[in-house]
Design a protein around this ligand. Structure first.
Ligand SMILES: [Zn+2]
Length: 267
């Protein structure tokens, strides 16, 4: 087996296991429960889930998506979270050259999955994950300046902080202007803190690309959702998942997109 294939499998499996843990966090964090104890249990009948029924994807398929004890269905969203996390971990490996770079991206992607699914279910993005992500991104940037495309630690640190600041100001302005124009909260402040954390990872150029990409996905997908589900504009649509999708695209393809854009403009 080639090392490339071996490490691809390792990252994918690590993603599945992390996804399984993120499911626990998505369920417990908004409810103010500990993410460590007690061990997993069925939300319907409260019976404890044994280790062999808690293997990512495999157990779900084997039990045909039902609890072993009470037979009530387990949300397929658990499976979705595990598979998405695994694919993101795999792409972090495929698009990175060094171990710190892989770590930098899998931590970011894990936080994105966590925040997106909590936002979808509860319309909030937890402060804890934003804060942990921000601190991790700033420290890693200073330790490994090349993560921000810099040679010296203080330039990388500045780029990381400037990224957070740029994201915060841009979405903060949109949020402020939107609430003035629409006379209601256009965007939660949670999204503003979320993009500041993303900016600390992405730097100021890519955080702007993230906001543009997220708005584009939001406009297309949000429009389609409204058409098919007949939802009116008053229904709340969480913006977190769009920001997360925009982040993944700009982190993995941002340099190519920006390069292509400037060569297209003949600059
Ligand atoms: Zn049960």
């Amino acid at each position: 087996m080639s090392p490339f294939f071996f490490w691809s499998v390792v990252c994918f499996v690590l993603g599945l296991i992390t996804g399984s843990f993120l499911n626990v966090c998505v369920y417990r964090m908004p409810r103010g429960l500990s993410i460590i104890t007690p061990p997993s249990h069925c939300p319907e009948c409260n019976s404890r889930i044994l280790w062999y029924d808690n293997i990512p994807v495999v157990s779900y398929l084997f039990l045909k998506g039902r609890c072993r004890r009470c037979g009530r269905p387990i949300s397929p969203l658990y499976l979705v979270v595990e598979v998405i996390t695994a694919l993101l971990f795999l792409s972090a490996y495929l698009f990175s050259d060094t171990l710190p770079e892989i770590m930098f991206r899998i931590v970011l992607f894990s936080i994105l999955v966590l925040a997106s699914f909590i936002d979808i279910k509860h319309f909030i993005i937890p402060d804890e994950s934003n804060l942990i992500g921000f601190i991790f991104a700033v420290l890693m940037s200073a330790l490994f300046p090349y993560l921000q495309g810099c040679d010296v630690w203080y330039m990388a640190l500045a780029d990381s902080l400037l990224g957070a600041f740029t994201g915060f100001l841009t979405l903060g302005f949109v949020s402020f202007a939107g609430s003035r124009l629409l006379k209601k909260d256009a965007m939660g402040f949670g999204d503003v803190k979320f993009i500041a954390m993303i900016g600390a990872f992405a730097g100021w150029k890519l955080v702007l690309l993230t906001i543009m990409t997220a708005s584009l996905i939001g406009a297309v997908l949000g429009g389609a959702l409204m058409l098919f589900k007949n939802r009116n504009l008053k229904g709340r649509i969480p913006f977190g998942p769009y920001l997360a999708a925009g982040t993944v695209i700009s982190v993995l393809f941002g340099k190519s997109i920006i390069g292509w854009y400037f060569s297209f403009c003949g600059i």
